[in-house]
Write a protein that binds this ligand. Structure first.
Ligand code: SAM
Length: 241
């Protein structure tokens, strides 16, 4: 039988910092698995269901590190946006940003995360910024109505890659003028056979926001609930990276 971790033993649920938190798809999974969650997003996100700070994630993390407040946290999750969606931030150069040269939020985020000394996860979709693919999750692994492959770089702990499950069919929608039906909906964009907001909510397992942009940015909570359960099991066994 596994023993409770230090952070669980006193009965207080551990605190997780959720950077680039949007409306909290990732956050909800961590909360379901046992973390208290604090978010940070540069945009106003009134649908985020937990306490959160509106501001630049790198500035916020730098502040937490320099003041020592980071010690309140047990774990950090970061979902830096792709370059065409990211807000200019500390260390970026306006003359090179916004669809011109690459705006890399992953590298400076990773550098600060390493400085925290905390276990962390950085999430990215395929084909975006370079991260180590320690884990790739797919909606079919959780019986969801989206495929939504997402990669995770894991640091300060280790995680096993579960087997990928064959997709049950196609993603519903038009491609090259032809309509394809299928068991999955496309959780991006609009039109062209794309799902309605209620379809998207059901497919992703998210019911606390009906903002399409927030739904299409989110990680299904099932992913981070699974990651969190794996982390807590690893921590309980005293396994470190
Ligand atoms: C891919 S979404 C994150 C999705 C989230 N993990 C979820 O599961 O719902 C990226 C978010 O980063 C935010 N963002 C962009 N630049 C930022 C910055 N410099 N600091 C903080 N947040 C930022 C965007 O507003 C957006 O909500």
């Amino acid at each position: 039988m596994t023993q409770p971790t230090d952070i669980q033993r006193d009965g207080v649920r551990p605190l997780l910092l959720d950077l680039f938190s949007c409306a909290g798809g990732a956050a909800m999974g961590y909360a379901r698995a046992g973390f208290r969650v604090h978010g940070c997003d540069i945009a106003h996100r009134p649908n985020y269901p937990f306490p959160h700070h509106q501001g630049d994630a790198l500035t916020h993390l730098t502040h937490l590190i320099t003041t020592g407040e980071i010690r309140r946290y047990a774990f950090v999750h970061a979902s830096p946006p792709c370059q065409d969606k990211c807000a200019l931030t500390v260390g970026t150069n306006r003359s090179q940003g916004w669809g011109r040269a690459h705006v890399d939020l992953v590298a400076p985020t990773r550098k600060l995360l390493d400085a925290t000394g905390l276990p962390y996860v950085i999430e990215q979709p395929n084909g975006r910024a370079e991260i180590r693919k320690d884990l790739t999750l797919c909606g079919e692994m959780f019986g969801l109505g989206v495929i939504r492959h997402r990669n995770f770089e894991v640091s300060g702990w280790t995680i096993e890659q579960p087997a990928h499950r064959p997709h049950r069919g196609r993603v519903r929608g038009y491609r090259h003028g032809r309509f394809y039906d299928g068991p999955y909906v496309a959780a991006y964009g609009n039109g062209g056979g794309k799902p309605s907001v209620p379809e998207l909510q059901a497919a992703m397992g998210i019911d606390w926001t009906d903002v399409r942009e927030e739904l299409t940015e989110a990680i299904p909570p099932a992913y981070t609930e699974w990651i969190d359960a794996a982390y807590l099991a690893t921590a309980a066994l005293g396994v470190a990276a």
